[in-house]
Design a protein around this ligand. Sequence first.
Ligand code: FES
Length: 109
Amino acid sequence: MTKVIFIERNGNRKEVAAKDGATVLQAAHAAGLDMEGVCEGSMACSTCHVIVDEAWLAKLPPASAAEEDMLDLTYGVTRASRLGCQITLTPDLDGLTLRLPQATRNMMD
Ligand code: FES
């Protein structure tokens, strides 16, 4: 299991134990967190937007061009923004800390 720490919109900190190989989106859903994931991971909606804690940024594989393109279209993007459906959890990422943005944009609407 890999521990992921989510900082929710209201500032609450929630620790989630996720299966290795699950995505951040799947981990958030399993824990009942407020992350939509409308397109279920096909990089078409951007409702799984997360902001990665600075300390963890360099430990993640870089975003693909398609992920960057989708992030360009969403709200409140920072240089630490990623799509939760594109981050696969591995034991190396134990303790990964992510913040949920104040608002997301559903590009499929
Ligand atoms: S779930 Fe739609 S882009 Fe990640």
